[in-house]
Design a binder for this molecule. Sequence first.
Ligand code: DAH
Length: 363
Amino acid sequence: MMSKFSDITKLKEKLINDISKSQDISQLEDIRISSLGKKGFITSLLKNITSQKPEDKKEYGEQVNILKKQITEEIEKVREDYLQKDIIKKINQDKIDVTLPIRNTNLENGRIHPITQVMEEIVEIFSDMNFSIAEGPDIEDDLHNFNLLNIPDSHPARQMVDTFYLPQKDGETKLLRTHTSPVQIRTMLNEKPPIRIIAPGRTYRSDSDQTHTPMFHQVEGLVIDESANMGQLKWCLEEFCKAFFEVSEIKMRLRPSYFPFTEPSLEVDIACRKEKNQLIVGEGDEWLEVLGSGMVHPQVLRNVNLDPDKYQGFAFGLGIDRLAMLKYGMTDLRAFFDSDLNWLRHYGFKVFDIPSLSKGLSE
Ligand code: DAH
């Protein structure tokens, strides 16, 4: 609607025209200052109120204020448009050139600890044989670490290992698990056969010398179904050792042994020989003990409510640290946990250069 005050109408047309013709935010800002600023056109229009007829003064004042509001809103709207356009322009300009070489970052400085590396290798190999991964707590109780594994309180096997006991709480005895075998128990209590798991993890015993540290690592293996047998156990372990040591043939021997939770129990040795200070695994006249295993004891099956007349299975436990030492030629286990950067740079694995991983079993 045309105002009866022609100076207001004219100014409005001029300002709207100026705003629409502005090229960028700074020109818009000039328009804002020249119209709404202290000495701006709209501000000076207000001063003209004194020259209006007395009956027009009120309406004139209102019209100037309406104009002020309209122009403020218009400038704000156009300003928003400019900001949006700026952002879109920036996004379009800032292209990422994926062909550029990477900057010299610190990635190369990081190393994978041999334990992590070997653990991954073991997991990969057993995954290829369709084993899944199980876990259990590091802080265990007598029941899972000993009793249900057929190691009652009075059993001499309890003295065979030096257990770290935690201070008693509410009459309950807790301990740091001395082996990964309690994960067998937890799995059998929670899952129905067929079971085929491995359980890698930390284990603890009060022991320290060149080949023992108070914390070390084991992988437990467990297969339970209606027909699991010793032939399968032997095949599994042979395939594992061949894949792990990356040899096509391996000379292996199974020795009768004793573990309270297996019957019969056996220990597995692999042949080796030394050549110019290097250990060749898989052949030769010397023997390396690599793991303990056996058929799951019927009493253990009963302890976890499985009927030994229906189910049977085999289990094994191997020391990850020992396997790492053998495969990668390290002589002192204690160095694994010294956090010596020089040692880690030498024996650790580069993040993008991991040998054996994703190789798994050979055909
Ligand atoms: N738990 C045993 C240890 O720590 C290792 C072991 C032996 C695990 C025989 C087994 C097994 O599952 O069948 O010395």
